[in-house]
Ligand binder design. Sequence first.
Ligand SMILES: [Zn+2]
Length: 81
Amino acid sequence: MPTRMCAVCRKRFEKSELNRVVMSESGEIFYDRTGKAQARGLYICRECVREAEKKRVFEREYKRRVEPSVYERFVSEVESG
Ligand SMILES: [Zn+2]
């Protein structure tokens, strides 16, 4: 099974255990529920979903300012399944 690193805790997990986040060409950052969007992605494990904002992982990865609402939407989308 392919593994990927969680962008928050830096531990490795199987892809199926991770939540993928991507940034579209227009600069929108969103939860990639299918894991297949053709865009630059990062992965966050279940335990770190709520830590992403504190660690500013989207800013680090995408080198830009990210509104708190982007993190809030990510958390709520992941938690709603
Ligand atoms: Zn993690």
